[in-house]
Structure formats: C-alpha cells, structure tokens
Design a protein around this ligand. Structure first.
Ligand code: CAA
Length: 312
C-alpha cells in the first residue's frame, strides 16, 4: 500500500507535533508539512521536536544523520506565509499534499471548517484523516462534502467519493512513545482509504486497532468515564488527589494516576471529549463532573497551562 509522498499535519499542538515527528522519522515520508494558525505554536513545536531528536541521538537510538534528515523532511507552513482565509489550505494543495492528518482542537466547528477548506483546495485523491479523539468521522466527512459547494449533495457520486476519503487515525499522547493508533472508518469511508490509513499508521511504528464510529470510539468510551469517576471521587471527598492517583499507580500498575493523566491530556480536551460522549449518547453515565467544568472555566487546563490538579 502506497504511503503519502507529502503529508500535511494541521495543528502544531502536542499531538500534531508528535504525528509529524513519527511520520518523518519512522515512516520516512519525504515531505511533512506542519501547519498551525499560530506561528508561535509552530516554533514551540519544532523546538520540542529538536529536543526529542537530540535525546534519541544521545541515547544512541538514532544517528546524527537520521535526526538531521528527519528534521529536514519537516517543513513549516505558517498562517502568515499563506494569504486569504483559506490560503493555508491552498498552499498545502499547491505543495502536493496527498494525505492530511488534522490535529486541531477537539471542537466540531473548528474541524468542520478545516475539512471544508481541505476539499476546496486539495487533490481529489488525497486522504483526509482526522486525529479526533471522539468526534464523528461520518460528520466530518459530511463537512468535507459541503466544502464542494451547495450543488454537490452528500448522496451524489461526487459526494460519496469525497466522503470516502475521510477516515479517523487516532494517535495517543506522547505519540512517539505510545504504541497504538486507533483507526476509525465513517459510514462512507472507502476500503482503499481505510487501507491507506492503516498502512500509514503501521509505517509510523504503531499497532492498529479498528473502532466503529461511535462517540469516543473504543479508547475514550472506556478512558473518559474512568477519568471522570476519579474527578468525582476528588469532588466528593472520597480521597485526596494523591491517594486517588497512588491507588491506581501502585494498586493497579498504571503508569500515571487518573488525575495526573487528565492533566497530561489537557482538562479542556477531557471536557470536550466528555461532552461529545454525553451529547452523542444522551447517557447520564457520561456526564462531565462539575469540578472539571469549573477548572476549565478557571483556565486550569492541566500541564499545558501550568496548573490543573497539580502545579507544573
Ligand atoms: N513526548 C515524547 N516522548 C516523551 C514525552 C513526550 N511528551 N514524555 C516522555 N517521553 C519519553 C521519554 O523521553 C522517555 O523516552 P526514552 O525511554 O527514550 O528515554 C520515555 O517517554 C519515558 O519517559 P520518562 O522516563 O521521562 O517518564 P515515565 O517513565 O514516567 O513515562 C510516560 C512517561 C510515557 C508519559 C508514562 O507516564 C505513560 O505512559 N503515561 C500514560 C500516558 C497515557 O496514558 N497516554 C494516553 C493518553 S490518552 C490519549 O492520548 C488519547 C486521547 O484521546 C485523550
């Protein structure tokens, strides 16, 4: 199965940067374009990649040459180098993108806008993948078709072909370390797209599982209620933060306690996923804890903001 020659990663947050790195270093994709609306985010992401590559060199895992080559394959596309509202998407198209992995914030409207811009500007063969951790792939495929204009219906041949190119590739944080990629076909995803997504994930060094397109897929339908229960334990005073985390680390062998893990993922991301689960199933077992919502209101987003259940 052919791997992409030019991959575009949209969003230079912790997930996007990790995906760009494994695509370049492990899968050796010849050109990896990294785009973010915020140029500062790209600068930060590239600096973090340098640090990871240098660590691998100093540990003897890769040579200086491999690190240099991996870095050279990654090209940043900043918002300022692209003109107009969807100039960034035009630039990704002009540079020959044949696969996209969207890793923007976990908000439906943000992702829908991105998918619409992508279908307007990319080749009609490009695979359009999302690293979403909970949002419906079928919904994103619908947005991609809408990008073709009002004259193309979702059920038309052109609409079906476009939706057939949309797929979920859900990586885990930290991407270079976690060995899994969950692949999610939407209702319209074609077999060829699914195979291209799987081949890409395997080339990035990942084991692949497949999940149906249900809210949260397999991974977050299991993980998020667990994290939420831990937050509710804290909220109800069942135990202290440290004892909740210690229980799971020392009693069950988890590498991180659930409150530390929630901080690590990002409390805003946890809340967004839990809201998708709750809204998408209307099942009360998925309702986000009040404390989680309040912490996000306060701007305490976990490790990335310097404060969450822990201080960083
Ligand atoms: N990026 C890249 N590499 C990282 C990293 C990061 N942010 N953080 C740690 N690492 C690497 C380290 O460099 C080190 O690599 P080497 O072995 O090559 O030196 C390795 O990971 C181990 O790191 P440490 O020794 O510093 O620390 P640790 O042993 O405590 O491990 C951890 C850190 C790997 C993060 C571990 O605590 C862990 O596995 N935690 C659980 C993570 C997890 O559950 N992730 C999934 C979250 S859910 C998700 O992502 C999906 C979603 O939809 C919400």
């Amino acid at each position: 199965m052919a791997l992409p020659r030019t991959l575009s990663v949209i969003g230079a947050g912790q997930m996007g940067v990790g995906i760009a790195l494994v695509a370049s270093l492990r899968a050796q994709i010849p050109k990896v374009l990294l785009y973010d609306r915020d140029p500062a985010q790209i600068t930060k992401g590239l600096a973090f990649m340098d640090k990871l590559l240098q660590k691998d060199v100093s540990k003897g895992k890769i040579s200086e040459e491999q690190a240099k080559a991996a870095k050279e394959r990654i090209i940043s596309v900043s918002h300022s180098s692209a003109t107009g509202e969807s100039g960034w998407a035009r630039e990704l198209g002009e540079r020959g993108t044949d696969m996209v992995v969207e890793a923007a914030s976990e908000r439906l409207s943000i992702k829908e806008n991105i998918f619409q811009a992508l279908t307007q500007n990319l080749s009609k063969d490009a695979v359009l993948a999302s690293n979403t951790s909970s949002i419906s792939i079928t919904k994103l495929a619908g947005a991609a078709v809408d990008g073709l204009g009002a004259s193309v219906s979702r059920a038309s041949e052109e609409g079906k072909a476009c939706a057939g190119r949309v797929v979920g590739v859900h990586f885990f944080n930290p991407v270079p370390v976690m060995k899994l990629c969950e692949v999610i076909p939407g209702l319209q995803t074609s077999d060829a797209t699914l195979e291209r997504a799987r081949a890409f994930a395997v080339a990035c060094g990942k084991e692949v599982t497949t999940s149906k397109d249900v809210p949260g897929f397999v991974s977050n339908a299991l993980l998020m209620p667990f994290l939420n229960e831990a937050i509710m334990c804290l909220e109800s005073g069942t135990a202290t933060r440290d004892d909740i985390d210690k229980t799971l680390r020392l009693g069950m062998g988890h590498p991180m306690g659930p409150l530390q893990l929630a901080d690590f993922i990002g409390l805003d991301t946890c809340l967004a996923i839990q809201e998708t689960l709750y809204d998408g199933t209307r099942d009360s077992k998925y309702r986000p804890s009040v404390l989680l919502g309040r912490m996000v209101d306060a701007g305490w987003l976990g490790k990335k903001s310097g404060k969450g259940f822990y201080d960083y």
